[in-house]
Design a protein around this ligand. Sequence first.
Ligand code: AMP
Ligand code: ZN
Length: 466
Amino acid sequence: MNNNQDSTAHLQLFDTYRRGLFPFTSLLEDVVSLYVCGPTVYDYAHIGNLRNYLFVDILRRVLEANGYRVKHVMNITDVGHLTSDADSGEDKMLKGARMRQRSAWDIAKYFEAAFLKNMQQLQILSPTVLCRATEHIDEQIEYIQALEIKGFTYQTADGIYFDTRKLHSYGYLARLDIEGLQAGKRVDLGGKRHLTDFALWKFSPDNSTEVERQMQWSSPWGVGFPGWHIECSAMSERYLGKKFDIHVGGEDHINVHHSNEIAQCEGRHGQQPATFWMHGRFLQMAGEKLSKSGSSIRLDDLISEGVEPLALRYLFLTSHYRSHMQFSVKALHSSALALKRLRVMLASWPDHGSVDPVLKNSFNRLVNRDLNTPQALALLWKVTKSELCEPNKKATILYFDKVLGLSLKMNPVSAAVPQHILQLAELRQQARVDKNWRRSDVLREQLLGLGYQIIDSAEGFKISRK
Ligand code: AMP
Ligand code: ZN
């Protein structure tokens, strides 16, 4: 379905599987089925993770602008993601629990809530379905049983594995050189038959620690927990069926996680699950990728510095999702300034204009060409300087903002407390709840410096101009 008048504006998306740009058509007339690999909730999301979900948000808004209803499913990985992609190491959830001396369930709940709050702060639309791996253990067991019946599995001392040699197409998504990988291997395979084989079910050790016992289920093969890849195959099928339109993740998923999801689905159903596979490139800092275990910046760190979350959204839109992006504080401040200038301009223009049809088509053409947000932003600035009358400029830019999601209508000089001040105050409130008095004091000082004072009361806090 395409509501755009201009036929050259038909939506085109880059499919990693076919390595090219292809016109998008959905399996059903006006609904798009979209599956997104969600976060592993053992720690706070960093802004690199958030860049990935912002790309998904733009995809969703562009699909909706094309007249589709989007069934958007995202999982929460709360078990099974090991610290090594080679199926060894500790479960990330258990590591998080051990390090923070809390239960794995508490850790999952806390970091899931923190992640969802970040999504909201960046105005990322909520998925239609949010599904947790731990709530779909039966579906995962059933999936593994189906693979077992078809002869794709084998058992080792530590689990049930998928035999990738049984599938000729294994690794096509990543264009893996299987023979080369196998020949060059010098690693200990444990009990695995081939380097690329992966765990479907891991057995819990006999002498499980108390923390390990929190994440164990019985299965036809013994007590343990599912591998990471099976959760996405089981949950995507449960909510979207055997075949759906688009599967999204970060670029690191191409070689292992998505290659393995495809293998599972081909093993069970003889076909891969999605028509389009889309991947967002990484956010980097000083040439290094951001990662939860390495260098990492959180949205809350930026908010504490007085940055409005939507300035980060603006910054992300300045680079295409398929390019690596370098994060810099200087660029973030320029984005904050640009956002402010736009809001000031729009607030000074009269309402009740109409959307310019030619510019509307130009905008649609840009975002429909594989979500070209940098050029869409450039067009927006061109509109501000165009010959259009002010009310029409305003209406046209607000039309663009439905996809960009920058709240450009927000009045920058309104008497209301700005969003980023409120968020700082909320962070301070959280610090008080956590009894982190030092952080609470630092945030109070910071708010004072920005011209706002906080009065605490039994019901919460009040905030006003100094
Ligand atoms: P995780 O919570 O580690 O499972 O990651 C959640 C999502 O963020 C995945 O889709 C990753 O591919 C993606 N991701 C991880 N690091 C980065 C990064 N530096 N830049 C962009 N996306 C990332
Ligand atoms: Zn996944």
